[in-house]
Design a binder for this molecule. Structure first.
Ligand code: HEC
Ligand code: HEC
Ligand code: HEC
Ligand code: HEC
Length: 158
């Protein structure tokens, strides 16, 4: 895994994380920035198992054999619609940010460093609101963040 260091790269990671799923421009990201839910789950098996039971894990199933980029902006994980969706699911990184720079044991044990390298930990209501609203808003979506109809609990997230 390519890991870069320094403020410029931290800024890149943050820019990438903020753009995810929000339909904002995020064309600076590359394939190596995304590790995929299985990689996260190698250290977080409980979250992986619980997430698999949510509609997010099957969000691209509704889109047919050749999903369009503008749909994968919310039904996928990656850089769609500006770039490619690397995973056909609303994976860990769609909410927590692209993991290529933070998904390593030593980084993850240092919350400040992990955040600087793109991890969104989402324990605060404001952070959840921002993360969910990236997709749960706009035309075609009935569930808006934050509402009582969108509970942040094990059945909706993991
Ligand atoms: C090599 C193991 C490893 C991998 C891979 C990994 N993590 Fe972690 N993660 C940890 C450790 C260790 C912690 C520190 C807290 C703990 O002990 O559980 C942590 C903490 C977290 C937290 C909580 C942060 C906080 O401050 O409360 C989140 C969220 C998280 N990881 C998400 C992810 C996501 C998303 C991925 C994939 C992109 C990922 N992790 C990949 C080991 C890992
Ligand atoms: C702005 C984010 C966003 C975009 C873009 C988006 N979706 Fe969705 N979609 C959602 C969310 C969030 C839900 C979950 C249910 C809800 O909020 O209404 C959903 C639910 C669905 C559903 C199941 C519920 C229903 O209304 O039948 C289908 C089918 C669907 N989307 C297809 C598509 C297709 C096809 C595209 C591209 C043309 C697309 N979506 C683009 C966010 C989006
Ligand atoms: C739909 C958005 C979403 C997805 C997808 C998602 N998470 Fe989370 N995650 C959250 C939120 C929100 C919290 C904060 C929960 C809280 O503090 O109550 C969280 C918290 C965490 C934590 C901190 C400990 C805990 O369980 O609260 C870890 C670790 C974590 N997520 C890992 C993962 C992994 C691994 C995946 C993929 C298998 C994943 N997440 C997928 C939204 C998401
Ligand atoms: C990357 C875009 C994206 C993000 C970020 C996202 N969601 Fe979703 N969510 C979707 C899509 C797409 C669906 C529809 C999946 C399907 O049914 O095909 C969905 C479905 C859901 C559902 C099930 C709705 C139903 O009618 O069954 C809940 C609950 C939900 N999301 C909660 C959340 C919460 C809470 C967060 C933030 C912590 C969040 N989502 C973040 C895209 C997203």
């Amino acid at each position: 895994m390519v890991r870069l260091a320094g403020p410029a790269c931290a800024a890149l990671a943050i820019a990438v994380a903020v753009g995810v799923g929000a339909g904002e421009p995020s064309s600076t990201a590359a394939r190596r920035d995304w590790v995929g839910s299985d990689a996260c789950g190698s250290c977080h098996p409980a979250q992986l198992a619980a997430w698999r039971a949510t509609p997010h894990a099957r969000a691209a199933d509704r889109l047919g054999a050749t999903p369009r980029g503008r749909c994968l902006a919310c039904h996928g994980t990656g850089d769609a619609p500006a770039g490619k969706a690397y995973f056909l699911e609303v994976g860990c990184e769609a909410c927590h940010g692209a993991g290529g720079h933070y998904a390593e044991e030593d980084v993850m044990r240092d919350p400040a460093l992990a955040a600087a390298l793109g991890l969104r930990e989402l324990s605060t209501e404001a952070a959840q609101q921002a993360a969910c609203a990236g997709c749960h808003r706009g035309t075609g979506t009935t569930l808006r963040a934050p509402t009582a109809r969108m509970p942040i609990d094990a059945t909706s997230v993991h």
